[in-house]
Write a protein of this length. Structure first.
Length: 115
């Protein structure tokens, strides 16, 4: 089982990034997928989630209207489009897959928002 995130980096405030998480080793379309983030000295928090076939999404209040989660089950990939980024969005972003008692984490990708 693997979840491999990519797309992180350094961006100026107001900028955009698109994170990707490529999954392998399990039946991706069965799993609810989420993005979490963890900033230095803070607890890991969920920022966005999407149902197995993408019909339902949910977001943390702090990112509503700026971040959009989507998935492509044919490519076993989940995405996080991040617009109008703020310095407080700086964190390591993790991909998370859950189905019943089964759950998997990616290794994380760093997002730094700074001028």
């Amino acid at each position: 089982v693997q979840l491999v995130e990519s797309g992180g980096g350094l961006v100026q405030p107001g900028g955009s990034l698109r994170l990707s998480c490529a999954a392998s080793g399990f039946t991706f379309s069965r799993y609810v997928m989420s993005w979490y983030r963890q900033a230095p000295g803070k607890e890991r928090e969920m920022v966005a989630g999407i149902s197995s076939y993408g019909f339902s999404t949910n977001y943390a209040d702090s990112v509503k209207g700026r971040l959009t989660i989507s998935r492509d089950n044919a490519k076993n990939t989940v995405y996080l489009q991040m617009n109008n980024l703020k310095p407080e969005d700086t964190a390591v972003y993790y991909c998370y897959a859950a189905f019943g008692l089964a759950h998997h984490w990616g290794q994380g990708t760093q997002v730094t928002v700074s001028s």
